[in-house]
Design a binder for this molecule. Structure first.
Ligand code: AMP
Ligand code: MG
Length: 431
């Protein structure tokens, strides 16, 4: 059984990231939020485009006003009004000033802005009551960045600040990585769809919904392939279909050691290479990770941009709903991150150190993930609250509201309330 960290590194080594030339699409800026940039964005313009004022005030020559003060103001003639967006027409000569508003271009000759709070206006004259420092309140052309500078690099996730930069740079169409296609299927004779009447012994297939939500939240495109019975032929057909048009396949169930657990057998029969069969983790010990080499993939996959060169990564996740999601958070997430064009610093699972408010127990042999809530206490420090109720991988009811998984390492049987624990953050913080 593979330790958790080793399993993560085996999985990451199996992933070939998207190719910046092949696996991209062009989107409108308004549709680019949360997408990952696939191009370098070069500024076509200096920013600011012109020397401009950072204040409402008067554009002046520094030499005119350097010695003035409240008792001995400099009096200047106002020759022009320059609102933002207006091209100044007149050049400032000694003894002159132009009224200027924030963001407006400085007139020729002026080198300094005096803010209006230290002036007094009388008709077409202005009294400067305080000497500014040289070049005060002037934002110089190209002082933020010059034309030709790289503003954003590939791998950046586009949030509101980056969207603002792109808009300011006039970039309204841009190249982003395509979203990974993730095929999802559930295996099990006991499963029915959400709309079917439930007969004794049957359960609703919740995993496809949970996994689709997980994939969508992480920027992928889920493709639901339905429920597959525990029959080798049906499984073979379903897996063949799943790998035909996807980057990653997630199946749940059928990977334990039970009589009806056929997934590993079928993966082998279909010619995939199996890299992981079980991981020392609880919940989520039965985990199969396999790859289908490009040579085995159908022509359809070869039509997917970049598809002909990249293996399809297969995760056979446990059927228990809690285990399936924990495996997604711990192992599928890094693979998706690497595949989708994110930089290496963002591939791994994200842990924070928190003080546990509860005793956390484990058997000492498996790295144990206890689900609950990561919160900030009154002083702004992380704390972890274990979910109430039964901690059993079949009980998905108390998984609701989980935003963190506290980890009890191998070799430890308890982390006591009050001690620190590493917590895998899986959703935003709760207060
Ligand atoms: P398995 O890994 O196939 O042995 O399944 C383990 C447990 O998870 C069984 O109790 C199943 O009923 C349950 N289970 C399997 N697949 C699903 C699913 N798609 N949705 C909800 N529960 C499932
Ligand atoms: Mg099963």
């Amino acid at each position: 059984m593979l330790p958790v960290k080793e399993a993560q590194s085996v999985i990451l080594d199996l992933v070939q990231p998207f190719y910046p030339e092949l696996d991209t699409e062009v989107v409108d800026l308004l549709d680019a939020t949360d997408r990952i940039l696939a191009q370098t964005v070069i500024s076509q313009l200096d920013f600011p485009h012109c020397d401009n004022s950072a204040m409402d005030g008067y554009a002046v020559l520094y030499t005119d006003v350097q010695a003035c003060n409240n008792q001995d103001p400099t009096i200047l003639d106002i020759i022009e009004e320059i609102p933002a967006g207006y091209q100044p027409q007149r050049s400032i000569q000694p003894g002159q000033a132009s009224r200027i508003l924030t963001g407006a271009c400085l007139p020729m000759g002026a080198d300094t802005v005096v803010m209006q709070e230290v002036t007094r206006r009388e008709g077409n004259r202005v009294f400067i009551l305080e000497a500014p420092s040289p070049q005060a309140f002037v934002r110089h052309r190209a002082s933020y960045y010059k034309a030709g500078t790289a503003l954003l690099n590939p791998g950046i996730t586009l949030n509101p600040p980056e969207i603002a930069v792109l808009a300011a740079a006039g970039c309204n169409k841009l190249s982003v990585y395509r979203r990974p296609r993730v095929a999802i299927l559930s295996t099990g004779d006991e499963l029915v769809t959400i709309t079917q009447p439930l007969q004794p012994g049957q359960i609703i297939d919740s995993n496809q919904y949970a996994l689709a939500a997980f994939v969508r939240q992480r920027g992928g495109i889920p493709e639901l392939l339905g429920i597959v019975p525990d029959e080798p032929d049906a499984l073979k057909r379903a897996i063949t279909q799943a790998i035909s048009n996807s980057d990653i396949v997630l199946s749940t169930g059928g990977v334990s050691v039970g009589d009806y657990d056929y997934v590993d057998q079928i993966l082998a029969e279909l010619g995939s290479q199996i890299h992981i069969r079980a991981v020392a983790i609880k919940p989520g010990k039965p985990l199969t990770v396999a790859t289908f080499p490009p040579s085995l993939l159908s022509p359809v996959t070869k039509g997917v941009p970049g598809g002909s060169q990249r293996p399809v990564l297969y995760f056979g996740l446990p059927g228990n709903p809690v285990s399936a999601l924990v495996s997604c958070w711990r192992f599928v997430q890094p693979a998706l991150s690497k595949l989708s064009g994110l930089p290496e610093s963002q591939w791994g699972a994200m842990f924070v150190k928190a003080r546990s408010r509860y005793d956390l127990r484990a058997n000492g042999r498996l790295e144990t993930y206890c689900w609950g809530q990561l919160r900030l206490d009154a002083t702004g420090n992380y704390e972890f609250h274990l979910a109430g109720g039964t901690h059993n991988s079949g009980n998905l009811i108390n998984l609701s509201q989980t935003n963190g998984l506290a980890v009890v390492p191998v070799g430890q049987t308890m982390i006591s309330a009050g001690e620190f624990v590493q917590v895998l953050q899986v959703a935003p913080l709760k207060s």
